[in-house]
Design a protein around this ligand. Structure first.
Ligand code: NBP
Length: 505
């Protein structure tokens, strides 16, 4: 129970059990899992494993973090503090399970380079960072040659989720999930029906791909909520506190979700320094770390229209262009038309419909991207299982995901969420209000790129004819790119510069 300087002996754990904090040199090969990278996420994930009864080896490039963890939280469970990579690896039972929670990108490669030579065939490196799935595929391939299993593991839920139960999206070989899965099931969030929010998503990069799209959907959800807020404020004339109450009411219905819940909290918060609504003292320039952008970039590569997610990424980007916005102040816009109390209340109900319908579209687009990625890379991802593991722990957790799961349970090969009877009916009921909201937004000059993109996607999908026929004609005119006809097989070209006769291409 004693440790070297900096690693304190255990204080009694809650419930009366003794804590075991030791250094690996004192107790080798005893840890069932190890976590390296002990910033907010790694530290909380390590604590989560320990609180669930696992002995956890902990390590960080800067040893001070390791010591701080065991000093502060050593009483929560059994930790093995390691100062060096060798100590860390020696502390792990075989096959070794080594979770990497460092900054995604070069740091992950640096950690792999440091640890891989110390590992043996059958050991596992589990990357819980927000890696690009292409990097995960590359790393998995390279480590496979050494017999090391590489698990790219998406983790969602932020700092609190990592501690109390995240939604976990592991990829990699099935063999490693057989060994790792039960541990992940224990530390993961549980959905309302008690099932763990983790599943083996698929081989190599599948887990990180699904995490990426999760984040893309998160961007879209947040953008749509932001647009609803601005409409309620600028068109209906509600105060942030009143809007918080509206969101609280919405959170008791079909929009019940973590993001709606925290939106009400943020909107009702008052800045202590000024007494103003908190939302009015925050600089209105949204930041991003990249997973939303990746979702859109990859969607472009795969040819999947994720217009709602793209608008969310662009909206953050536009918000950050301070100079451009400054230079645009004073550009003409419509005069605001105030609403009566009754009109505002009716408008709020319409906004709820528009938000819900647009949300269905964002998820439709996100699941389309996952299906396309799965097909492109041969992952065989179960979309119903993905919706099931997003029901708890993650940022987009929502009652709504139960319905998506039910839709995929009813029909595994659903071509699109919009073709599920339940969502088609709800959108049919919402569409008049959805359109009215967009009319009001346009008339009052409130930007609603997310709502508008979602409606345009919906209308484009249901349109019998699209102007793409005209596009094909133009392409054939200027570039002889050819076109197909509705009444005959084959490709054709019209001699635009000649007698305009048509010839098979
Ligand atoms: P950060 O992303 O801030 O990374 C800090 C950690 O990376 C520290 O432990 C640091 O060690 C380590 N590190 C760096 Br930086 N360069 C290193 C190198 N070359 N070699 C070894 N270690 C290195 O931590 P975080 O916010 O806890 O996130 C960890 C991972 O989880 C990231 O990939 C992140 O994208 C992902 N994630 C984060 C969240 C979230 O809500 N924050 C949610 C889901 C996933 P040091 O202490 O020695 O500097």
């Amino acid at each position: 129970m004693s440790g070297p300087a900096g690693v304190h002996p255990a204080a009694p754990a809650p419930g009366g059990t003794d804590t075991e904090v030791t250094r690996s040199t004192c107790m080798s090969s005893s840890a069932q899992i190890g976590v390296t990278g002990l910033a907010v996420m790694g530290r909380n994930l390590a604590r989560n494993f320990a609180r669930n009864g696992y002995t956890v080896a902990v390590h960080n490039r800067t040893a001070a973090r390791t010591h701080a963890l065991v000093e502060e939280f050593g009483h929560e469970g059994s930790f093995v503090a390691a100062e060096t990579a060798k100590e860390f690896v020696a502390a792990l039972e075989r096959p070794r399970r080594l979770v990497v929670m460092v900054k995604a990108g070069e740091p992950t490669d640096a950690v792999i380079e440091e640890f891989a030579p110390l590992l043996e065939p059958g050991d596992m490196i589990i990357d819980g960072g927000n890696a690009h799935f292409a990097d995960t595929r590359r790393r998995e391939r390279a480590l496979r040659e050494q017999g090391i299993h590489f698990v790219g593991m998406g983790v969602s839920g932020g700092e609190e989720g990592a501690l109390l139960g995240p939604s976990i999206m592991p990829g990699g070989p099935q063999e490693s999930y057989d060994s790792l899965g039960p541990m992940l099931e224990k530390i993961s969030a549980k959905a309302k029906d008690g099932s763990p929010c983790v599943t083996h998503v698929g081989p190599d990069g599948a887990g990180h791909f699904v995490k990426m799209v999760h984040n893309g959907i998160e961007y879209a959800d947040m953008q749509l909520i932001g647009e609803a807020y601005q409409l309620l404020r600028d068109v209906a004339g509600y105060s942030p506190a009143q809007i918080a109450d509206i969101f609280r009411t919405w959170n008791t219905g079909r929009l019940d979700s973590y993001l709606i819940e925290i939106t009400a909290e943020v909107l009702s918060h008052v800045d202590a320094a000024t007494g103003k609504p908190f939302v009015d003292v925050v600089v209105d320039q949204a930041e991003q770390k990249g997973t939303g952008r990746w979702t859109v970039q990859i969607a472009l590569d795969l040819g999947v229209p994720v217009s709602g997610i793209a608008e969310a990424v662009f909206a953050r980007s536009l918000s950050g262009h301070a100079a451009l916005r400054e230079a645009s102040q004073g550009l003409a816009g419509p005069k605001p038309t105030p609403m009566s109390e009754a009109e505002a209340s009716a408008f709020a109900d319409r906004v709820e419909q528009a938000l819900y319908a647009s949300k269905i579209v964002s998820y439709t687009q996100g699941f389309h991207e996952i299906a396309a990625g799965s097909q492109e890379y041969g992952w065989d991802i179960d979309l119903g299982a993905v919706s099931a593991i997003w029901r708890g722990g993650c940022i987009i957790r929502a009652a709504f995901l139960d319905r998506i799961r039910a839709a995929y349970d009813t029909r595994g090969d659903l071509p699109s969420l919009l073709s599920a009877e339940t969502f088609a009916r709800e959108i049919a009921e919402a569409q008049d209000d959805w359109r009215e909201v967009l009319i009001a937004a346009t008339r009052q000059g409130v930007p609603t790129p997310g709502f508008a993109a979602a409606l345009a996607y919906y209308d484009a999908l249901r349109a019998e004819r699209l102007p793409a026929a005209l596009t094909q004609g133009q392409r054939d005119y200027f570039g002889a790119h050819t076109y197909r006809r509705v009444d005959r097989d084959g490709s054709f070209h019209t001699l635009w510069g000649g007698d305009r006769s048509e010839a098979p291409a």
